[in-house]
Write a protein that binds this ligand. Structure first.
Ligand SMILES: Cc1ncc(COP(=O)(O)O)c(C=O)c1O
Length: 463
């Protein structure tokens, strides 16, 4: 028998929804199971397409989180699925580690064309954090300096280097010591940045062009251009983390395009995967590439096993096809502007509504503590129990009563994310508007919202 014939007895495993719950609980992360149970969000998803998540018990939930901006092209886009099937059926080399991955070249060339023409080299990896780790190493080699500046509230990932640039202490506790010579500045504060650049030897300033987990904070006008100029003046690299904001999410392919800036490096991840196969990319200038890889001896000085693997490269190319063919970036731009208008119109009458902010389809509903005595007392009670409690009640209500999946920002519990796939329809946006208006109505007028919240607090205390 030829050695490359697969055994006909090989069984395809059962679809995930038929696997018993206890395995995950016992062998992976029981606390996560308990948390989702508490929030009533531990449903079984059977089929996910576009913006819709179909559950085993017949619910159709609308995804307004997009896996934290992974599903820009929607769930299981048929074009991307087909491209992956074809790649698998071709039985080509996937990660030999000793061949030239030509599809990586094609993907890198397209990314340069879509982002900034001067970013002519790309390092591929598998996650946003891994991209940030690469940026830290490359910036150190290129400048011969160690210092990194990041913004308060920033989220760049959870590996040790990326965690050293985390703008919220919750994530860092107990995991130190982290990288030395990292300096936090308030996002938008040019004087603070100038001072940091003067006082320390800074290799790179790493910013999200619109802060995501900090609470969907767009950059002040001309801020990024001024950061770029300051970096140039002080010999530091200007790096944009577009892991959440990239691939059309904010209304242009990357936010750098919208802001008219030319960073020295850009990190992309999340949505480049089409929501199907992990892939991340660090785009850099030729000069940075040369400083890191510029000799035969150093040609693989920074790499990783899954870098440039055929499925990731194929999924990246197919995702770009969909983004371009379906004009998803300009679609996000116009639909996002309309959505922000509608949200403002519908929610302004509520005491706890502060504002809607964002770019394209990365938006946040900013809530504020109530001023009336009737709401202030229960609100403060929940805040004392847990600062994130109130937000989770909103998320839970949207999910349980209106079939909307969403989440609060990771480093700002008073901002509700509104980030559906870029293929979301007008009717689905309308459904969301009705849902959030109705939930805000309940928060402001019904005692049941607050008593449910108290019940949940008590159950949480017991868990
Ligand atoms: C802006 C930003 N950068 C980096 C990361 C880390 O990406 P990953 O989870 O793929 O490591 C995230 C994750 O949410 C992010 O939002």
């Amino acid at each position: 028998m030829p050695s490359d014939v697969f055994s006909p007895e090989t069984q395809v495993p059962a679809p995930s929804s038929t696997v018993p719950d206890t395995s995950y609980r016992n062998f992976v992360n029981p606390e996560w199971v308990r948390l989702l149970g508490l929030l009533g969000m531990d449903v079984h998803y059977r089929r996910c397409t576009g913006t819709e998540l179909h559950t085993d018990d017949g619910r159709v939930i609308l995804d307004f989180l997009s896996g934290y901006c992974v599903y820009n092209t929607g769930h299981n886009h048929p074009y991307i699925v087909d491209a992956l099937i074809r790649e698998l059926q071709a039985s080509g080399p996937t990660m030999l580690q000793s061949h030239i991955a030509y599809t990586a070249g094609t993907l890198a060339e397209r990314l340069t064309a879509l982002t900034c023409p001067h970013l002519t080299k790309t390092f591929f990896c598998s996650s946003g954090s891994e991209g940030i780790e690469a940026v830290i190493k490359f910036a150190r080699v290129f400048t011969g300096r160690n210092g990194i500046v990041y913004a308060k509230g920033a989220f760049h990932g959870l590996t040790c280097g990326a965690l050293s640039l985390m703008g919220d202490d919750f994530w860092k506790e107990g995991f130190g010591p982290l990288l030395p010579e990292t300096y936090e500045i308030p996002f938008g504060d040019l004087a603070a940045l100038d001072a940091a650049l003067r006082q320390h030897k800074i290799a790179a300033v790493i910013l999200e062009p619109l802060q995501g987990e900090a609470g969907i904070v767009p950059p002040p006008p001309d801020y990024l251009a001024s950061v770029q100029a300051l970096c140039k003046k002080h010999g530091a690299l200007f790096v944009l983390d577009e892991v959440q904001t990239g691939i059309g999410r904010t209304g242009t392919f990357v936010t750098a395009n919208r802001e008219g800036v030319n960073p020295d490096m850009i990190v992309l991840a999340k949505a480049l995967s089409g929501g199907l196969v992990p892939v991340a990319a660090v785009l850099m200038t030729d000069a940075i590439y040369k400083s890191v890889y510029g000799s035969l001896k150093k040609s693989i000085i920074h790499t990783s096993t899954f870098s440039e693997n055929a499925l990731s490269m194929r999924v990246g190319l197919a995702t770009l096809d969909v983004i371009e063919q379906e004009k998803l970036a300009p679609r996000a731009d116009s639909m996002g502007a309309e959505l922000r208008d509608q949200l403002t119109q519908r929610l302004s009458r509520f005491e706890m509504f502060s504002q809607v902010r964002g770019l394209g389809m990365l938006n946040g509903i900013v809530l504020q503590p109530p001023t009336s005595l009737r709401l202030r007392i229960p609100f403060q009670t929940f805040r004392t129990i847990h600062p994130g409690m109130f937000g989770q009640m909103l998320v839970m209500r949207l999910f349980q009563h209106h079939d909307i999946l969403s989440q609060m920002c990771g480093n700002n519990f008073m901002v509700l994310k509104v980030a559906p796939p870029l293929v979301v329809t007008d009717a689905q946006l309308e459904q969301y508007l009705d849902a959030i208006e109705s939930v805000m109505e309940v928060v402001h007028s019904s005692t049941s919202f607050w008593s449910d919240a108290l019940n949940m607090a008590q159950r949480a205390a017991r868990v």
